[in-house]
Design a binder for this molecule. Structure first.
Ligand SMILES: [Zn+2]
Length: 353
């Protein structure tokens, strides 16, 4: 009885505070509030990684059913209105996410229902629905051990789980992003806002047995702009100096110039500063296949064309915005394909005179 009463108190407290903040409450909010579910695991589930939510709930189903019962009684007593909401996966073509292993129809329905405050005006209710359907954050893992990329056999500092195995940042079309460690709230908020595409970096903690947030991957230009906005901050200035020093250390000027020249030979219409930026990125990036492996005097055309194509896709098309809105990467790539081809063709033909 005692423990039941305390569970009731905890369920109601978490439901009330969520309702006060969002004007609606979901079973997932309650499980998070009870600490039976960890937010990084909810993020992983929302990626569409193939497991049901039950797999990452840290108590058994009887306990969940008990809490759900208390929650439903409370919601009805408060006069909240049920609103059935579809949960769609972040990746892999928007598949509908599963809550239970055995497709228990009643439980699936109970989990999907959002309980909405009747005092919420219609317009705000619409907003809340849109927010609820917003895709989960893109999640990148900083692995504890070296991994092998499913697609290219390479490796790197970060991986993304997609399909059968891990993908490196090159194969996931994310190698243009840079790591921003957590810790500076203002810098993080600004970088996120300025970056068309960003991802949350998590790492598994063996002692806590869960994934923990490490920081973000953001566009380098967004990070630089955010740093400029935060430059009054000593910590940001120090971090920027460190980053510049690290970059100088791995930068190979000769190789960079050779790549820039090659880009301009293949694509005479490519703006010079753009060719230089692509060359710098290609020559310095950690796992870089073009720069690091190729001899500067015998650069192959194909990897350079790929690097230029990737740059056009990220900077001159809606690709990043589409991926950020939850579209499958392959679908987004197909959608912007003709725009990329068109720009590359123009650059091949030379500068407009
Ligand atoms: Zn790869």
């Amino acid at each position: 009885m005692g423990s039941k009463k305390s569970l009731r108190t905890r369920v109601v407290a978490t439901a009330e505070s969520t309702l006060a903040k969002n004007h609606y409450v979901t079973p997932i909010d309650v499980l998070l509030g009870l600490r039976w579910l960890h937010s990084t695991n909810v993020d992983r589930w929302r990626q569409g990684r193939g497991f049901s939510l039950e797999n990452v709930i840290e108590v058994d189903r009887t306990k969940v059913a008990e809490a759900m019962d208390i929650f439903l009684n409370w919601a009805r007593h408060e006069g909240l209105e049920p609103s059935e909401t579809e949960y769609l996966a972040r990746s892999r073509g928007h598949i509908v996410l599963k809550f239970t292993d055995d497709d228990d129809a009643t439980m699936e329905l109970l989990y999907r229902i959002h309980w909405v405050s009747p005092s919420l005006p219609e317009s705000e209710r619409k907003e809340a629905e849109v927010a609820a359907k917003k895709p989960a954050d893109l999640l990148v893992i900083s692995p504890l051990k070296e991994f092998t990329c499913e697609q290219c056999g390479g490796t790197g500092a970060f991986l993304i789980m997609e399909g059968p195995g891990p993908l490196c940042m090159d194969c996931a079309d994310m190698s243009h992003l840079v790591f921003l460690p957590a810790g500076n709230a203002a810098l993080t908020r600004r970088s996120k806002k300025l970056s068309h595409l960003w991802a949350v970096v998590v790492r598994y903690s063996r002692s806590r047995k869960r994934y923990e947030r490490q920081g973000l991957l953001v566009e380098e230009a967004a990070l630089e702009e955010a740093e400029a906005q935060c430059l009054a901050d000593d910590e940001v200035r120090a971090r920027r100096r460190e980053r510049d020093a690290a970059r100088r250390e791995i930068e190979d000027d000769q190789l960079r110039d050779a790549i820039a020249n090659e880009i301009l030979l293949l694509f005479p219409g490519c703006p010079k500063d753009r060719a230089e930026a692509i060359a710098r990125h290609t020559a310095t990036r950690g796992s870089g296949r073009v720069g690091r492996t190729a001899d500067a005097r015998a650069l192959e055309a194909r990897p350079i064309e790929l690097a230029v194509g990737a740059s056009v896709r990220h900077r001159d098309t809606d690709y990043d915005t589409l991926v950020m809105s939850g579209m499958d990467r392959h679908e987004a790539r197909a959608q912007v394909g003709s725009d990329v081809t068109h720009i590359l063709e123009e650059w091949r033909q030379g500068p407009v005179s």
